[in-house]
Design a protein around this ligand. Structure first.
Ligand SMILES: Cc1cc2nc3c(=O)[nH]c(=O)nc-3n(C[C@H](O)[C@H](O)[C@H](O)COP(=O)(O)OP(=O)(O)OC[C@H]3O[C@@H](n4cnc5c(N)ncnc54)[C@H](O)[C@@H]3O)c2cc1C
Length: 325
């Protein structure tokens, strides 16, 4: 289901793990009006982007799951979000400028392929929270804009990437954000980068904040260098990471990268139910087909216990648990 509201919706297909029970209520929203209506469905809310960092409980989520589909990208001369009947806050309707994309994924961004240099001239790309990070990286590269080369191949939404401060190969979201627009307690608030509290794979958006868009630095770079870096990172990613249903790195780096502890203990390849620690990258746990959230969770617990027993290191999850475990 792309847009709309429904009840008892299986969440597995909305996560890259392909795991998880049902959401009591489900809303896929493309503008602030729909977002506000969705938020009225329950006091218990979960905002999802592409579901690439979540492990959803087998029991599902007893509230409303809201998938952000704000997919506009633009410079200052066009509206970014379709405000519709939206009437909260003030000023944002005038400030939010951009293109509202049609279609899906890269096609949406391709539709905005007009006026090549307008982004660099404005120094800013405005993007909705539902825009794919990898597609945005491609969008930047296509216009000779630097700063998002590291993001190619990360299956995130911009909103999820802001929340998690996604990053790779020395770059991260914090390095390209000028400001983020959030719905906070019924009001729209524009936060500057320093107010977002970005740190390693985390941020300090407040509980309940819904990020619906951001202004990103648009700076012209050397096109061949941008292409070279994207190709290099793509190759590195393919060489180091397994294909399959997963959430990327399960644990944050500790004193050393998490995979080094797991690998040293010879845990690669072990399975619980349908979940397996990847043979290729020890910090990846794969759903090999039919895995339950409980299987992944039990593997995580096993790893944490064994790493602590052998190295005295308490690994911290990067994966976000949703529902009861
Ligand atoms: C194959 C693979 C490779 C990956 N590689 C990397 C990598 O190189 N680097 C990296 O950092 N990560 C990587 N990841 C992990 C993941 O893509 C990032 O953590 C990403 O930031 C999550 O974005 P998302 O849209 O999927 O968020 P989700 O998984 O949907 O949500 C993650 C968290 O953000 C919150 N959230 C999502 N959207 C919003 C919003 N609009 N407003 C408020 N809160 C929100 C959710 O409630 C949840 O708490 C990888 C994942 C996979 C599957």
């Amino acid at each position: 289901m792309r847009n709309g509201f429904a009840a008892n919706v299986p969440l597995a297909t909305h996560t890259t793990y392909r795991i998880g029970g049902k959401a009591k209520f489900f809303a896929s929203v493309a503008n602030l009006d729909e977002l506000l209506r969705a938020m009225d469905l329950s006091e218990k809310r979960l905002i999802l982007g592409r579901g690439s960092k979540v492990l959803v409980s087998d029991e599902g989520f007893d509230g409303v799951v809201i998938i952000m589909r704000f997919e506009g990208v633009g410079s200052r001369d066009r509206r970014l979000v379709e405000c519709g009947e939206w009437s909260i806050g003030s000023g944002v309707k005038d400030e939010w400028l951009g293109v509202r994309g049609q279609g899906s994924g890269a096609e949406k961004l391709d539709e905005a392929r007009k006026g090549e240099s307008e982004f660099a001239q404005a120094g800013t790309v405005y993007a909705g929270a539902g825009v794919g990070l990898s597609a945005l990286s491609r969008f930047y590269a296509g216009r000779g804009l630097k700063g998002l080369e590291w993001a190619c191949g990360i299956p995130a939404s911009l909103g999820g990437a802001l929340k998690m401060n996604a990053g790779a190969y020395g770059g991260d979201v914090a390095g390209v954000v000028q400001s983020a627009d959030v719905l906070r307690g019924g009001r729209v608030v524009r936060l500057l980068t320093k107010e977002c509290g970005f740190a390693y794979r985390t941020s300090k958006f407040q509980f309940g904040d819904v990020i619906f868009g951001a202004a990103l630095i648009a700076e012209r770079g050397d096109e061949s260098e941008i292409a070279r870096l994207r190709a290099l990172y793509g190759e590195k990613r393919a060489a180091a990471q397994p294909a399959g249903y997963c959430c990327g790195s399960v644990f944050k780096a500790a004193e050393k990268p998490a995979y080094t502890y797991i690998e040293a203990l010879g845990l690669k390849g072990i399975c619980i139910g349908g979940a397996q620690i990847s043979e290729k990258h020890a910090n990846f746990i794969l759903n090999r087909g039919g895995a339950k959230a409980r299987d992944v969770y039990n593997l995580i617990r096993t790893i944490k216990a064994e790493v602590f027993a052998s190295f005295g290191v308490r690994l911290q999850e990067e994966v976000v648990y949703v529902g009861e475990f």
